[in-house]
Design a protein around this ligand. Structure first.
Ligand SMILES: Nc1nc2c(c(=O)[nH]1)N[C@H]1C(S)=C(S)[C@@H](COP(=O)(O)O)O[C@H]1N2
Ligand SMILES: [Mo]
Length: 489
């Protein structure tokens, strides 16, 4: 019995070491042994559970899913080490190399990365080896409880050491995109300066160009795409398929433009923070298609596909104003935002702004995208929203409230604030509009108040429509309603 416990602890320690060893060399990239397990967890979670988890747990849901994947991966390597150890003992062979080989086999089955595989095997083997020191020798006390305890401690200490080193090394890995610390182009610089100048002086809200752009991904581990190998295919109902390389697209100098574009996720809460703005550099999708002789499309729709197997479908008409972005705020697209190239579809929910774009497929018939298969209706234009993200007590004794308003390509005409729970309304100060067709505006309102009260905010879009006051949940078509907050002076 004692023996069984010893073996289990050693196997668990080896499992931890294998995962940490792999992480040390790969970081959070597809080569990490837990990445395919995480994909499997996501793929085998019922759609209803995914929808529920986004609703009630938000980002916590995907974090818990990733923790589960990590635990499963540790368990898998614990089993592999235990199997290797049993096998070795049966043939009176040293346990460490055999456990290492079995772990290598398992890692190889999970990822194609040689470095990751070797690191997982070597780490697990080291821990099993530490637990074998003194055991296989004919020392008289090798079966004593004290000796067994010492072996287990050695294994756990070994796993701890590999784990710590792995955590440090791995966090520095991650398929970073090419460094580009050079000067920003003059065009980018002046637009960023303009956004900075137009940003309202309100503590606690993002400036007009977000400092912390939100991220939403179907997988916990983002793809690492090499831009030399990357291609964008145009397929489906076109006369002839076309394919473009990275340099080909970035080299279309007559077409390259800079656009401020705001993105907002359909799955975010009404006053959530999954809405941000950046300055993107890229080329209009239509310029690219025309360069391939594809210009008289009259099909219904288009499917965009990505390197992470994400896919979204929407009307071809929406693609006409679409943009292929390869820079964000003047730097190569960060990996998490779709390096090397992503789609930006003006005015639509974030989900069709496909990252790591690999294919534009023209369709003759409608089809469901990744999220639509899971019950969402998130491919259309965004709802109008006014966020209330900060309540500041100014030195003057006044109260200042502020946030952002966004209505996609409809634009924002006006934001109104009520400080009496919605009975009366006053116009807020708006940030000057950016030179953009699809960007948010900031708003701010400063007032005096002595008693607790309820602040309510709402916008009117550029077409004169008042933001809907009907409260609805994010699922399935995005949240609606007016944000309100109780303020105690
Ligand atoms: N390939 C790919 N593209 C994707 C996603 C994804 O998971 N994979 N998420 C979508 C969703 S739901 C949103 S809201 C936006 C978010 O873009 P961001 O992460 O750059 O903010 O990307 C969209 N594009
Ligand atoms: Mo989203």
């Amino acid at each position: 019995m004692k023996n069984a416990l010893e073996s289990m602890v050693v196997a668990a320690a080896a499992g931890v070491a294998a995962v940490a060893g792999s992480y040390a060399v790969t970081g959070l990239t597809p080569g990490f042994v837990a990445a395919p397990v995480s994909d499997l967890v996501v793929a085998s979670t019922p759609d209803a559970v995914v929808a529920w988890s986004i609703q009630t747990l938000g980002d916590l849901g995907s974090q818990l899913g990733f923790l589960l994947a990590l635990a499963l991966t540790v368990g898998l390597f614990a089993l592999a080490s235990a199997a290797g150890t049993v096998l070795a003992r049966r043939f009176a062979f040293p346990a460490a190399p055999v456990a290492a080989v079995v772990c290598v086999a398992v890692a190889l089955a999970l990822t194609g990365s040689a470095a990751s595989t070797l690191a997982a095997g070597a780490s697990a083997g080291t821990v099993v080896g530490l637990a074998s020191v003194g055991r296989d020798a004919n020392e008289s006390d090798s079966a004593s409880p004290a000796a067994a305890r010492r072996r287990v401690l050695q294994a756990v200490a070994g796993a701890f050491a590999v784990g710590s080193v792995g955590a440090v090394l791995g966090s520095g890995e991650g398929g970073e995109v090419p460094d580009d610390d050079g000067e920003l182009s003059a065009g980018v610089e002046s637009l960023l300066a303009e956004a900075d100048r137009k940003s309202l002086d309100v503590a606690g809200i993002e400036p007009l160009v977000s400092e912390n752009f939100y991220q939403v991904d179907i997988n916990s581990v983002n793809p690492t795409v090499d831009r030399e190998d990357w291609t964008l295919g145009v397929t489906g109902a076109v006369e002839e398929d076309a394919e473009f390389g990275y340099d080909e697209i970035t080299g279309m100098t007559d077409s390259v433009e800079r656009r401020f574009v705001t993105l907002r996720c359909v799955g975010e809460g009404l006053n959530g923070k999954k809405m941000d703005n950046a300055l993107w550099t890229g080329v209009p999708v239509m310029d690219l298609l025309e360069s391939a002789g594809i210009d008289d499309l009259d099909e219904c729709c288009v499917m965009l596909r990505a390197d992470d197997d994400f896919f979204e479908e929407f009307p071809l008409s929406a693609l006409e104003d679409g943009f292929l972005a390869f820079e964000m705020n003047g730097r190569p697209l960060p990996r998490g935002h779709g390096y090397p190239m992503r789609a930006l579809i003006p005015g639509h929910w974030g989900e069709i702004n496909v990252k790591w774009l690999t294919e534009i497929e023209v369709l003759e018939q409608e089809a469901d995208g990744y999220w639509e298969k899971r019950g969402w209706h998130g491919t259309g234009p965004v709802n109008t929203v006014t966020k209330l993200h900060t309540v500041n007590r100014l030195d003057s004794g006044e109260i200042q409230v502020g946030g952002h308003a966004y209505a996609g390509t409809r634009g924002i005409r006006r934001v109104e604030v009520s400080v009496d729970g919605g009975d009366s309304w006053t116009e807020a100060t708006l940030s000057e509009p950016l030179p953009a067709k699809d960007a948010w505006r900031q708003w701010e309102y400063t007032y005096e108040a002595a008693n607790p009260h309820r602040v309510v905010v709402r916008a009117t879009d550029g077409e004169g429509n008042l933001q809907s006051d009907e409260d609805s949940e994010p699922f399935p078509s995005g949240p609606t309603g007016w944000v309100s907050k109780r303020v105690e002076p």
